[in-house]
Write a protein that binds this ligand. Sequence first.
Ligand SMILES: [Zn+2]
Length: 458
Amino acid sequence: MKRLLALTAAAFLALPLTPATASPAGTPGAPSAGDPYFPGQGNGGYDTRHYDLTLDYDPASGRLTGRAAISAQATQALSRFNLDLADTLTVRSVTVDGRPASFAQSGSELVVTPARTLHDRRGFSVVVRYDGTPAHVLDPDGSMDGWIRTADGVYNANEPQGAITWYPGNHHMTDKATYRFTVTVPADRVAVANGDLVRRTSKGGRTTYGWNAREPMASYLATVSIGTFDLTDRRVGRYRVTTAVDPQARGDATGFAERHPPVLDYFSELFGRYPYSSTGGIVDHAPEVGYALETQTRPLYPRVPSESLLAHELAHQWFGDSVTPTLWRDIWLNEGFATYAEWLWADKLGTRTVQAAFDEAYARPADDEFWQTPTADPGGPENLFHDPVYDRGAMTLHALRGATGDDAFFAILRAWAREHRYGNADTAAFIALAERVSGKDLGALFDAWLFKPGKPAQ
Ligand SMILES: [Zn+2]
């Protein structure tokens, strides 16, 4: 059901001045990016380039006031386009290129009709003012996603669909953009986002934090997490490490910042240079959430991470964050790689060899349900984060390593990270790259490990 079209008074005044004949006819942008796992996600007709989000949040009432300024480029002549935003938030006004635009909210679609048709391949800017009390969503697998309230603020993890709960955007991972966050919270709270801390100013009992995420980011990797955090921001080794730790986790978090450079140095050797201008992590106290997320530059943890979880989320900065799949079905390109990186880090630490990790995972009996899910097609959004995606994905990489040898295998991983840096790529592109770099026909190996149900032979 659609809500009534909301036209501002200013839009009424502007409309007669901009007859349709002033611009070539456009057509509406698609209301979806066409991902079968989440058909409502994303939109067509434009590419976003930059989000400038100005947010004001009151943790006591849960009230959010937001202004999203989005720079985009049309990919067709556009008479109308959609943004994704949950209707728990109320849009107050929309302008396109400074002119009031008409808009309507329907479910998680915000339909914007600019006063003038937007020309193909031209840049345009959208400003959305909105407010409300954000509510997290429940994913098909039952987990909380999005703006998740905690005792002292917000645990903001957005994979796969939570971004709609707090800002309007083109919320499919194929449309990456840079971000600037300006977030105002009570002075006894901290607001942590992605990228570099560029501002911290206080006035009248409120503090404003500015964060600059300079490298392109998929919206499921954005975060604005809020709490009574201890915030540190300093150079450790070759990295700018910014950490935020909930006081309840303080005791276990000794040396948390210092734990990052050794992992990042090792992964840089194996995968190529670290793709971002800063790193670090957000350690919240959120036992009710129960999962960590590789939020770009700065993973989010519900407690102080173990060494393997730290390695997992930092490996995602290359695999998942910098190189992002094109469809959710290809999620093994994130999780299989990050799990394999856990194995590599444990091997480096001398805790367990990669081969022992493989053997342990492979030891599942052939009739175990585990083997019925092909790695590259988990079957539906409810299975996105199930074991086969992680463990069978990692085993796939180890099988590839066995077939190509170490030199070619790590050359493949580095080429994958380099050739698709800040972009998107799918399973077919990975197979093509592996065959090109190794010079081998790997069809049978990938067929058995990625596409067919059943336990692959070793
Ligand atoms: Zn992961």
